[in-house]
Design a protein around this ligand. Structure first.
Ligand SMILES: C[S@@+](CC[C@H](N)C(=O)[O-])C[C@H]1O[C@@H](n2cnc3c(N)ncnc32)[C@H](O)[C@@H]1O
Length: 266
């Protein structure tokens, strides 16, 4: 009943910014590094990373969609559709769009007849969202939803931005009901040497220039560097299996330029 009440509330009143009862980001203390933008000389960890990621997405939010579409040649749209196809949610499912950003997955989920709820750390990204789905400001490592309360979740291009992947997978395992499905999409560096050299030139040299010209140089310099946060595919699958998704699978898409993790909650 409690879960139903929360979702009715979110659905009926179309609350766009439901500030989660979770601390959005810790206030800086003497031991926390305060960062206004993404450092260019190192990859931050822990609180410094959370804060830098949040501030970076707040900064780039107004032009995020434009730069994204140019950078991916609109292929991101098809990849989200592929993610939903692989996730294969039951009709009229309640599905979380985790790290929803400007809400592209929410739009696809609603087109597919599902009830979408977006969650993101950055108010800037949520404010730039183009979806009518309810949006929640919160951290993926402390999801503001009761145990087993949703039928599924998708996550687009955010795994490498999280402070801790196992804690996120634990949260997924907690909020998704048994039998519920997940689809987690992110970029990837291809295995093929030929594609990898094309990838390196494009992401290390071209993308930062496009980002600097249209948006924020530090943010689009971070993008290719952030891939090194991700563990290899076997390790991510093993982590998911340990958290109650024993059928977890990894797929490479576009010759390895993208990767998709999918699984069912035991
Ligand atoms: C590259 S954007 C992707 C947005 C969207 N999913 C898409 O497919 O375009 C990554 C998003 O992850 C969000 N994010 C990063 N860390 C997060 C966290 N710990 N909790 C919630 N959202 C987070 C950022 O604010 C940003 O909106």
């Amino acid at each position: 009943m409690e879960n139903r009440f929360i979702f009715e509330l979110l659905g009926d009143f179309r609350i766009r910014f439901f500030h989660a009862a979770v601390p959005p980001a810790r206030k800086p203390t003497a031991t926390v590094h305060v960062v206004d933008s993404m450092p260019t000389d190192h990859l931050p960890e822990g609180d410094q990373k959370r804060q830098a990621v949040r501030s970076m997405f707040d900064t780039i939010a107004p032009r995020y969609d434009l730069v994204n579409r140019i950078m991916t040649f609109r292929m991101d749209v098809g990849l989200r559709r592929k993610t939903m196809k692989v996730a294969d949610f039951e009709p009229s499912s309640t599905v979380l769009d985790l790290a929803a950003g400007t809400g592209d997955f929410c739009i696809e989920l609603e087109k597919g007849g599902h009830r979408a709820i977006g969650v993101d750390l950055s108010y800037g990204m949520l404010a730039a969202a183009r979806t009518g789905a309810p949006l929640v400001q919160g951290d993926l490592l402390a999801l503001p939803f009761p145990d087993g309360s949703v039928d599924g979740a998708v996550c687009g291009y955010a795994l490498r931005n999280l402070v801790e992947l196992p804690a996120f997978f634990d949260e997924l395992g907690r909020v998704i009901r048994p039998g519920g499905r997940i689809g987690l999409l992110d970029v990837s560096r291809p295995d093929s040497r030929l594609l990898r050299s094309g990838y390196d030139i494009y992401f290390n040299r071209v993308v930062p220039k496009i980002g600097a010209a249209l948006s924020d140089a530090a943010a689009y310099d971070y993008l290719p560097r952030s891939l090194s946060y991700l563990p290899d595919r076997e390790e991510m699958v093993a982590m998911l299996r340990r958290t109650g998704f024993t059928d977890a699978e990894h797929r490479q898409l576009q010759g390895g330029l993208s990767q998709l993790l999918s699984a069912t909650k035991d």
